[in-house]
Design a protein around this ligand. Structure first.
Ligand code: S3P
Length: 165
């Protein structure tokens, strides 16, 4: 079984992913963490030195490798769907779950996090709205299942996902 979680920053991909992997006895893998391990640097550093383009190139390489594995829940970064290579790898190699949440909820869940370069602006709410407008159609394009995480207990979300598999 190969489950891919997609959706915006603050949708709950890491929390839900970890819990879902425990329930299904699968490995949990977070593509952002693997990118950081391979680079020997954190995401803000990669954005700073290589730009978003450099980060996206790394992301394509890592998702290509990781999505080819099995018995896992793979949480991807919120922008992974921007690249067509990622979209086709995810769609072709497993079940894609789109975790949805409002911008207000995304903001609450990401407000204290300094590890997301795209949100280090005076008004992250504007950024999150813009990103959702661009990315929602792409998330929908690759999703097999859409699940709402808005103000919901992660356990309830996991139960919903398992019912849809
Ligand atoms: C990004 C989301 C982040 C991370 C990077 C870029 C994005 O992952 O990949 O900061 O473009 O939405 P999370 O969705 O896990 O926060």
């Amino acid at each position: 079984m190969n489950i891919f979680l997609i959706g915006p920053m603050g949708a709950g991909k890491s929390t839900i992913g970890r819990l879902l992997s425990q329930e299904l006895k699968l490995n949990f893998v977070d593509s952002d963490k693997v990118i950081e391990e391979r680079a020997g640097a954190d995401i803000p550093w990669i954005f700073d030195v290589e730009g978003e383009e450099g980060f996206r190139n790394r992301e394509v390489n890592i998702i290509d490798i990781l999505s080819d594995e099995d018995n896992q829940v793979l949480a991807t970064g919120g922008g992974a769907v921007l690249r067509s290579e990622n979209r086709s790898n995810l769609q072709g190699r497993g079940t894609v779950i789109y975790l949805q949440a409002s911008v207000a909820q995304q903001l609450e869940r990401t407000s204290r996090d300094k590890n997301r370069p795209l949100l280090q602006t005076p008004d992250p709410s504007v950024v999150l709205h813009t990103l959702m407008e661009q990315r929602h159609p792409l998330y929908m394009q690759v999703a097999d299942v859409v699940v709402d995480t808005e103000r919901r207990n992660p356990k309830a979300v996991v139960t919903d996902i398992i019912a849809e598999l």
